[in-house]
Unconditional design. Sequence first.
Length: 91
Amino acid sequence: QPWWVALLVIIVFSLFVQMAEGTSYGIVPFMNPKQLACTSALVGAGGNLGAAIALLCFYKPLGTIETLLPFKVHAGYVLFSSLLSVCYFWP
């Protein structure tokens, strides 16, 4: 495979990641308008906390069993939590 194929895949993947992050931050003003600053802080800090939790839960305990196993477990968690997103409701 030529190097530009990998570059193209990374660019497309990055584009989709940025769009997903935009949807997360785009709904913040509508969640709780009276507590906008608090909600924004929780959403912003949630990314950092999520990264630390993912490191501790998915990557450290599994060790070097299989190279892709931690990524597969993490992908399963992301899929499961995204399927639960239809259950969220903010009155």
